[in-house]
Design a protein around this ligand. Structure first.
Ligand code: HAM
Length: 422
């Protein structure tokens, strides 16, 4: 039987690759402009990193991790996210001593055993930004602005930003207490899943999409975290809101936004695009001031976000933009001698940064012209016996059908003229 790619994974090729390259280029360039440096961590880590970092009771750790034992009996997990590994690397390399404030970013595959659907994969890609050592709300604003800038630059429309605070170890337990009390009273109105969550991690109840639970959350009497924030968390939230407004980014306060990872403190946010349907979050993040300590390090504040690249590429595809760049010349030899001449021409073109596609002589001219058309290459350079005799190249314009004899200098001059005309 034919072997296929595993469920929830995909091959990326053809036109789509250009969208990925454009997206990656935007991430690298904006990271550079904002002063963030790339960090590359391993694809797998010790399972304990995620169990402790992301949280034992989260869906990610409970249900979605690709965990396996290696031949030495160690439990390893394919990374489901990038924040815990980045903080692990920061601690492991002693950054809190030599350079406590760092701004880092990453791009790469993540793995979660989820039910695949449009925009939800088992191997998916994220780019993410993490600022460690910064406790200022302005850093939260910078991270949000960075995400926003990249989405906008790519031309994404209908973005909405949802913000919330989920407090700190001082005030969060008070909210959890009030929430638990309220939900205990409303048990009959909750779904089965939420009853379980209520026992293990009541905040997770707020993630529930079931309509009967949503109805409970919408009640005016439903407790909201803003009524429980301590002074420090309230000030942090207010300043962040002012800064985000000052940057001209509109947002909505969503008091039920808690996010699916346990490490958050204070700020949490999500950026959504309605047209994506059920999987509408194209990025999310927040502050995680306690994560370093959970991983055995000192107190290190942190804030960051990560974006789902498949979802962004889906949006780019829907918008119909194309970043495809066909080579400039198609090189079509008619015989072995022609192959030698065009192989040597290709070296010269490369040296002049002129993009080309070289095919070989076993196929006739008809094949080459069809192929050039398919590849969207307008100018074909042909070398056969006639061209060899006149020590020149035939240059065929696929658009007009015109064919002329030109020298090497003529080809280069032609490319220069066409390029400046574009
Ligand atoms: P997250 O919300 O779990 O956060 O993931 C961030 C983004 O990754 C989501 O908004 C979504 O676009 C994308 N994503 C998640 N799961 C999938 C999937 N199965 N298929 C396709 N895309 C997916 C984090 O991962 C945190 N580490 C973000 C963060 C960084 N917080 C602070 N710093």
């Amino acid at each position: 039987m034919e072997i296929k790619a595993p469920r929830g994974t995909k091959d990326i090729f053809g036109e789509e690759v250009f969208l990925w390259q454009r997206l990656e280029e935007a991430v690298h360039r904006n990271a550079f402009l904002f002063g963030y440096r790339e960090v590359r961590t391993p694809i797998f880590e010790y399972t304990e990193l995620f169990a402790r970092g992301v949280g034992e009771e989260t869906d990610i750790v409970q249900k979605e991790m690709y965990t396996f034992s290696d031949k030495g009996g160690r439990s390893l997990t394919l990374r489901p996210e990038g924040t815990a590994p980045v903080v692990r690397a920061y601690l492991e390399h002693g950054f809190f001593v030599r350079e406590p404030r760092v701004k880092w970013y990453y791009i790469g595959p993540m793995f979660r055993y989820e039910r695949p659907q449009a925009g939800r994969m088992r191997q998916f890609h994220q780019f993410g930004f993490e600022a460690l050592g910064f406790q200022e709300p302005a850093c939260d604003a910078e991270i949000i602005a960075l995400a926003w800038t990249i989405y906008k630059e790519l031309g994404l429309l209908d973005l909405s930003l949802e913000l919330n605070s989920i407090g700190c170890p001082k005030c969060k337990p008070r909210y959890i207490g009030a929430l638990t009390g309220y939900l205990e009273e409303e048990k009959e109105a909750l779904c089965e899943n939420c009853l379980l969550r209520l026992e293990k991690n009541p905040l997770r109840v707020l993630d529930c999409k079931a309509e009967k639970c949503q109805e409970v959350f919408r009640r005016p009497s439903f407790p909201v975290i803003q009524d429980f924030l301590c002074e420090e968390c309230r000030e942090h939230e207010e300043r962040l809101f002012r800064l985000i407004e000052g940057l001209g980014i509109s947002f909505v306060l969503n008091p039920r936004l808690v996010r699916g990872l346990d490490y958050y403190t204070k700020t949490v946010f999500e950026i959504k695009v309605k047209t994506l349907g059920a999987q509408d979050a194209i990025g999310g993040g927040g502050r995680y001031d306690g994560l370093s300590q959970v991983l055995g390090g000192p107190e290190v504040p942190g804030v960051g976000f990560a974006a789902g690249m498949e979802r962004i590429v889906l949006l780019l595809e829907k918008s119909g933009v194309s970043f495809a760049q066909p080579p400039f010349f198609y090189l079509a030899p008619q015989d072995e001698k022609g192959e030698e001449i065009l192989l040597s021409l290709s070296q010269q073109l490369k040296g002049l940064n002129i993009p080309f596609y070289l095919d070989f002589a076993a196929k006739g001219l008809r094949y080459h012209l069809k192929r050039a058309q398919k590849m969207d290459i307008r100018f074909v350079v042909i070398v056969g016996e006639e061209e060899r005799k006149s020590k020149a190249f035939s240059l065929k314009d696929m658009a007009s059908g015109e064919q002329t004899l030109v020298s090497l200098e003529g080809l280069v001059e032609f490319w220069r003229r066409e390029r400046t005309a574009c």
